[in-house]
Design a protein around this ligand. Structure first.
Ligand SMILES: NC(=O)C1=CN([C@@H]2O[C@H](COP(=O)(O)OP(=O)(O)OC[C@H]3O[C@@H](n4cnc5c(N)ncnc54)[C@H](O)[C@@H]3O)[C@@H](O)[C@H]2O)C=CC1
Ligand SMILES: O=C(O)[C@H](O)CS(=O)(=O)O
Length: 481
């Protein structure tokens, strides 16, 4: 792997791959082994501002390209990602600890976003407004907002960049992307695909550097009109403050705290299968992961027994050297330690594990999956976004009780409900205060649906037509004949 990045030319600015002016290098670590796999050239504010200036220069011509021109390039980018899915998936798995099959699936999911917005770029938009004065005419249209910042986390680095880059470019914006320093290599490969797809110099730019100083500087530039961020709520809140200077438009996809609810009229076997996906996808490090599990009293024992048996069969191992593994490591030792502390605190308060610990390699950042019952409701374990392979499980006895429990959080990204009763399903999907609800479905994520959160889980939506509107300004034209 290191040989792929030995030239340290990890930044793509104004159509040129280049190393940092500062010669700073940052190790990229494989979470499965704890060892460095590559050195990342790590820039500074100067490179970030060079990228913004390049994007600002390119915007004038890019915004005037035809929808077909933009669509063709987006479609070519999609084709390139699909062609290289195995190769880029391998890079993603090694730098993130994600299971290889999931990593390849993420690259294909990213390709879907480029395909969807290639098609969306060519769809009609705007409105002709019936006039109320004989000699006047009124209509609206959308135009690209300007330079867009695409700032992303480490857990789905490729698909989350894609769901920002694709709509921004389709809308006619130019972009500056800054991925997380914890998983930057796969995003470098995405930009190689964009370069091959023929995006003109300055239209797409990729930087790496200190998050706070580079983002703060870029958001101070008047050409930056949209800031699309995915990450923790705390950082999202800080960006809201930073956006005040230039009054940028914000698209924020932030933290989650998903309830996973199983009713007495659910198919318990399917509910367990769904919980395994919703909990352990990406080793539990997903903003839409099942974070709190609620099971109706009458099926609690059956659910817990099935869950314990299923988890006990899981293989916790290096996801690249053991492609058959069911679970890999968490991103780093800091995350692992934080989760251990929260679990120990809950157990000290009387919580009980419902299945045995799994064996795992000594090196790397492995954490045995953990489902705790009898968790004191006031513990952090019961209330926080855990972002790892662990959850509390609670009993409930009726619908009103579990709706209250499920909604008792400042977050509102995803929620899951398992019931085969149509009326109950309709009532629950209405009552749950979340932007995404999976009904007997643990994997709601698609490119053609609007993904986003209520309350402190964010602002705006990604995917679907609305995903492109985040990067557009509406113009109203009024004509006197
Ligand atoms: N709503 C969604 O779709 C998703 C939300 N997330 C959330 O992200 C968090 C985990 O991802 P992390 O990368 O650890 O989040 P994070 O918020 O620490 O970092 C996200 C990105 O922002 C950068 N960053 C960190 N501090 C910053 C600051 N003060 N100013 C500007 N940029 C800053 C990081 O380098 C990274 O590139 C969880 O809370 C998770 O729920 C993660 C994925 C998807
Ligand atoms: O970071 C995440 O958790 C992703 O947003 C999940 S998904 O939307 O790609 O499924």
């Amino acid at each position: 792997m290191a040989e792929l990045y030995n030239d340290h030319k990890s930044m793509y600015i104004d159509g040129v791959w280049r190393a940092s002016n500062h010669q700073d290098l940052l190790d990229v670590i494989n979470p499965a082994t704890g060892s460095a796999i590559a050195e990342l050239s790590y820039g500074g504010v100067d490179e970030a501002m060079e990228a913004v200036e390049a994007a600002a220069r390119a915007f004038g011509a890019w915004k005037l390209t035809t929808a077909r021109t933009r669509a063709d390039m987006l479609l070519e980018a999609s084709r390139m990602l699909l062609k290289r899915a195995e190769e880029i998936g391998y890079v993603l798995a090694v730098e993130s600890g994600k299971r290889l099959a999931e990593a390849v699936g993420e690259i294909k999911f990213a390709a879907e976003y480029f395909r969807w917005f290639a098609e969306e770029a060519r769809r009609p938009e705007g409105a002709y407004i019936p006039n109320e004065v004989q000699n006047k005419r009124h209509w609206t249209r959308a135009q690209p907002a300007g330079v867009a910042l695409c700032l992303t986390p480490w857990n789905f680095p490729v698909s989350i960049q894609a769901r920002k880059l694709a709509p921004a470019l389709a809308a006619g914006c130019t972009v500056v992307a800054r991925p997380s320093q914890k998983a930057p290599l796969s995003v470098i490969e995405v930009f190689k695909c964009l370069e091959e797809a023929g995006f003109p110099h300055g239209v797409v730019n990729l930087i790496h550097g200190p998050a706070v100083s580079t983002t703060e500087a870029m958001m101070g530039h008047p050409a930056v009109r949209v800031v699309s961020f995915t990450g923790s709520t705390a950082v999202g809140q800080s960006l809201v403050k930073s956006s005040a200077r230039q009054l940028q438009r914000l698209a924020l996809e932030l933290g989650g705290n998903a309830p996973f609810i199983v009713f007495d009229d659910a198919d318990v076997e399917k509910a367990v299968e769904g919980a395994m996906v919703a909990k352990f996808r990406n080793n539990g490090q997903s903003c839409i992961a099942a974070n709190r599990i609620y099971v109706h009293d009458s099926v609690y024992e059956e659910f817990v027994t099935r869950w314990a048996a299923t988890v006990s069969r899981m293989k916790l191992a290096d996801p690249v050297t053991n492609p058959q593994s069911d679970l890999g490591p968490v991103i780093d030792d800091k995350a692992r330690q934080q989760l251990r502390v929260l679990a120990d605190e809950a157990i000290a308060g009387g919580a009980r594990p419902i299945h045995p610990k799994l064996q795992h390699p000594d090196d790397g950042f492995y954490l045995s999956p953990l489902l705790l019952e009898n968790v004191p409701p006031d513990t952090t374990f019961a209330r926080a976004e855990l972002f790892g392979p662990m959850s509390p499980i609670f009993r409930f006895s009726d619908e009103d009780e579990v709706i209250k429990l499920a909604n008792d959080t400042d977050m509102g990204l995803a929620a899951y409900v398992y019931t085969n009763h149509a009326g109950r399903g309709a009532r629950m999907t209405e009552a749950l205060e979340y932007g995404i609800v999976g009904w007997n479905n643990a994997l709601p994520s698609v490119a053609f649906a609007p993904m986003g959160g209520w309350k402190q889980s964010g602002l705006g939506r990604e995917g679907a037509r609305i995903g492109m509107e985040e990067f557009q300004e509406v113009k109203y034209v009024s004509q006197e004949l």
